[in-house]
Ligand binder design. Structure first.
Ligand code: NAP
Length: 485
């Protein structure tokens, strides 16, 4: 049995028949039960607009979806029958939400629950606002126990819409009830950035402008738009990846040591970083869209050829930026960040390049050129670290070679837990450390909203490459280059 204690509660999922529920939330809820974190008084109530479905029908649907996720009927051992319930909210009228409230109370009485409730909005973003308003209207913002609300990404489309959504949430819920999800933060390797930085004193004294030359962060996808044009045409790389994942990685790498390992202290330090980033200059951002290209023998088509993409689409599938965190620790250290679709391979990497030694003792011999030390943090795939350093290779004349120390998660530990399992457990135990605060989300939008500017050119890059050549220029003009690993 686990030491983590989850209060009895009802876990309500709006969008209970959607893709996220089918592929991520249901398997995560089942795995948490199978691992002993959830007991029989943790009840799931799936909510959707479809009428005429009862609990039995829903459980049949859930069984099928879990089977598709690789969890067979036998392993489930009747979990769906014990835990899952369904409630329609029809046309989402106040009366429908009244019925939902009665159903909640009925379940709480049936299972003798103290009124603890989590409302997970696994909905398209356009449905967030009306659902929050409806919950407020029927006084579901509070209860006799705890009440928490979980909002999926993307949180807003720009600064103004994010501020509006925050205001609306705050009119029904306090900030400590609100869980804004960025599922990247649930990854073990992302959380480990905190442990790596704050449990290893050898790095802290190096973690600043005196010792670090530059930091590069790449979040690369090999896949293209893959049937999600409806969503992606409205989003693009800045909204889909940069505003949330990239911003969070910069914040975790650049933040000061928090006063305590507590949600408020950590989120406060991350928000401070995001607030410290200077306005991005037009010459420091490059937007791209993939054209036709290839992976080995396999030809792939251009973004504009995908079904549902406008022939004249200006949606960026790539963005590269130079960010400057303007504080005492980082002044003068550029953060080069980029993300894109149809890059050579899927990767999330942070590369910290330390400064060169001030004097090269081994200069006369070409083979003794000294390379800067690098710390490479790989978040996916093949999670781990590599620290490069220079050694003398045997023989004369003296010759210097780069070698590395490395650590791979999969060699040291059992397979890593899915991010959604971590995040759901945190919601149920009331730990907000891995969720984004209103301050963070607004600071991030403040930084990126000016990039939605029609005057910025969108460069085409061949699928299967590291983005448009113009993205190289951002580094080249400062005598650096992207490290394409
Ligand atoms: N799918 C993923 O892998 C994934 C990953 C990360 C984040 N997310 C985020 O998670 C959320 C849900 O994603 P999803 O892929 O599950 O979406 P989805 O399948 O398109 O929609 C989820 C459910 O929302 C309901 N819905 C659709 N339009 C609605 C509307 N206008 N008003 C009220 N309900 C509506 C539908 O249920 P009914 O019609 O039955 O009510 C639908 O089944 C989104 O915010 C998405 O960005 C998804």
């Amino acid at each position: 049995m686990s030491e983590i204690s989850v209060d009895p509660h009802v876990f309500v999922v709006f969008g209970g028949r959607g893709d996220l529920m089918a592929r991520k939330l249901l398997p995560a809820l089942y795995h948490l039960t199978a691992q002993g974190f959830l007991h029989e008084r943790c009840v799931v109530l799936a909510v959707a607009r479809t009428d005429g479905i009862n609990d039995e029908d829903y459980r049949t649907w859930a069984n099928d979806k879990l089977a598709s996720a690789g969890i067979d009927h036998e392993s489930l051992g009747g979990w769906c029958d014990r835990c899952l319930h369904y409630q329609s909210i029809g046309k989402e009228s106040p009366e429908d939400f009244g019925v939902l409230k009665s159903r909640l109370e009925e379940l709480e009485s049936l299972y003798n629950l103290p009124g603890n409730r989590a409302f997970y909005l696994a909905l398209p973003p356009k449905a967030f606002s009306s659902t929050i308003a409806n919950l407020g209207d029927v006084s579901l913002g509070t209860s006799n126990g705890w009440t928490r609300i979980v909002v999926e990404k993307p949180f807003g489309r720009d600064l103004e819409s994010a501020q509006k959504l925050n205001q609306q949430l705050h009119s029904c819920f306090a900030e400590n009830q609100i869980y804004r999800i960025d599922h990247y933060l649930g990854k073990e390797t992302v959380q480990n950035l905190l442990v790596f930085r704050f449990a290893n004193s050898i790095f802290e004294s190096l973690w600043n402008r005196d010792r670090i030359d530059n930091i590069q962060i790449t979040v690369g996808e090999q896949i293209g738009v893959e049937g999600r044009a409806g969503y992606y045409e409205q989003a693009g790389a800045i909204r889909d990846m940069a505003q949330n994942h990239l911003a969070q990685l910069v914040a975790l790498i650049a933040m000061e040591v928090p006063a305590a390992f507590e949600a408020d202290a950590i989120r406060y330090e991350k928000a401070k970083v995001l607030r410290s980033i200077e306005v991005i200059r037009p010459e420091d951002v490059v937007l791209g869209q993939y054209g036709q290209g290839s992976y080995g023998d396999k030809q792939v088509s251009a973004y504009k050829e995908a079904e549902g993409v406008a022939a004249n689409s200006r949606t960026e599938t790539f963005v590269a930026m130079r960010l400057q965190v303007a504080n005492w620790r980082w002044q003068g250290v550029p953060f080069y960040v980029r993300t894109g679709k149809r890059l050579p391979h899927r990767t999330t990497r942070i590369i910290i390049t330390f400064r060169n030694p001030p004097v090269s003792l081994f200069h006369p011999h070409q083979s003794s050129r000294v390379h800067a030390n690098r710390l490479i943090i790989t978040l996916q795939p093949n999670e781990g670290f590599d620290l490069s350093f220079e050694v003398k290779s045997p023989g004369e004349p003296i010759s210097v070679q780069t070698q590395s120390l490395d650590f791979r998660y999969e060699e040291a530990f059992a397979p890593l837990r899915d991010a959604y399992e971590t995040l759901l457990l945190d919601i149920m135990t009331g730990d907000q450390t891995l969720f984004v605060s209103s301050d963070e989300v607004e600071s991030s939008w403040r930084l990126f909203t000016p990039l939605f500017d029609e005057r910025l050119q969108i460069y085409t890059y061949p699928a299967g490459t590291w983005g448009p050549e113009e993205a190289d220029a951002v580094l080249n003009r400062e005598g650096r280059r992207w490290r394409n690993l």
